[in-house]
Design a protein around this ligand. Sequence first.
Ligand SMILES: [Zn+2]
Length: 110
Amino acid sequence: MRDKPSPSLRRRRTYLLRQLPPPQAILRGSLIERYKRCGKPGCKCATGRGHGPKHYLSISHTGEHPQMDYVPQTQVEQVREYLVNYQRTREILEEICTINRELLRRRERL
Ligand SMILES: [Zn+2]
């Protein structure tokens, strides 16, 4: 970053902007799998690991227990994609901030 000329930093910033996932297609948290025993007498799940996997979106807020939302099987893939989009969005915004800070440090226009 430090040794790159300013025009190439600006080009990189433009490139990053085009890589941004659609802002509405993001979710924060993590997807977890759970297997549950139904408790019915004689069900095979009593000796196995249980029915499932059932998926939950786990979201943590600072100082609180994580909240768990059930995710229907039909939406698991989309949720997975949205979670990746969120991480990618964060990485891209962080890199853009770093570029802008470097331009500022050089006393150049942002
Ligand atoms: Zn069962």
